[in-house]
Write a protein that binds this ligand. Structure first.
Ligand code: FES
Length: 235
């Protein structure tokens, strides 16, 4: 039986720059995953952390601390250690139009969805230099980008949206409150708003309790939840 708690060394085939602080690692691996699920990746001596999965053989890693700096210093042919695959992914079988709202690195976990039909994408960044996957933007469906001082919430006033939307959100915690207020104005019910709470995770394995919200662990029962599952506990 597969032991998901056991790390395996995975060879890095290629590393490229996605932005000024984020690198794309192409790996000698074929992950089975649903959008929203994650792996635990690390290096001996530097610890490990949870990372969203942008493709079955890739990880996109932003330099943000000791571990990610060490990962950025690796070269093609080096190894990193991975445990996989964790969490509950999303993409229920939805026939209605879908609005994807991604802030900053939140676009990473959404990437497998972005070329599907019947999707509108709102993608917000602080600065042009933070945009990820720029060479793929022309293939993404109905992409609308906001760069500060224009906020992602401003797109709701600029873009005409269809009725009967289902919404998926992923991004920095500060974004959620304001985006959810906009979704409420559109009268999207709580069971049609899905959020990824991936930023709350630490160990990713149900041990550290860092991700507990009410009676739920984000890393075990999420990171994707409908707003109906979270009302009164987070928002
Ligand atoms: S991230 Fe540690 S218990 Fe969930």
């Amino acid at each position: 039986m597969k032991n998901q708690y056991k790390s395996k060394p995975i060879k890095i085939l290629h590393i490229s720059d996605l932005s000024h602080n984020t690198k794309l690692f192409q790996l000698d691996i074929k992950l089975r995953f649903k959008p929203g699920q994650f792996v635990i990746a690390g290096l001996p001596g530097f610890g490990e952390a949870a990372f969203s999965i942008p493709a079955h053989n890739e990880l996109a890693i932003r330099k943000a601390g000791t571990l990610t700096t060490a990962l950025h210093n690796l070269k093609s042919g080096d190894f990193l250690w991975i445990r996989s695959t964790y969490g509950k992914g999303h993409w229920p079988n939805i026939k209605t139009p879908i609005l994807i709202i991604a802030g900053g690195c939140g676009i990473i976990s959404m990437r497998p969805l972005l070329t599907r039909d019947n999707i509108i994408i709102f993608y917000g960044v602080k600065s042009e230099k933070d945009l990820l996957f720029k060479n793929e933007h022309s293939t993404w469906s109905n992409l609308h980008i906001s760069v500060e001082p224009v906020m992602i919430t401003d797109l709701f006033d600029r873009i005409k949206l269809p009725k009967n939307l289902t919404a998926f959100l992923c991004g920095p915690p500060i974004m959620y409150k304001f985006v959810i207020a906009k979704l409420k104005k559109l009268k999207i019910p709580n069971n049609k708003i899905f959020t990824s709470l991936e930023r709350r995770m630490s160990c990713g394995t149900g041990v550290c309790q860092h991700c507990a919200i009410g009676t739920k662990y984000v890393c075990k029962q999420g990171p994707v939840f409908s707003l109906a599952e979270l009302t009164g506990q987070v928002f």
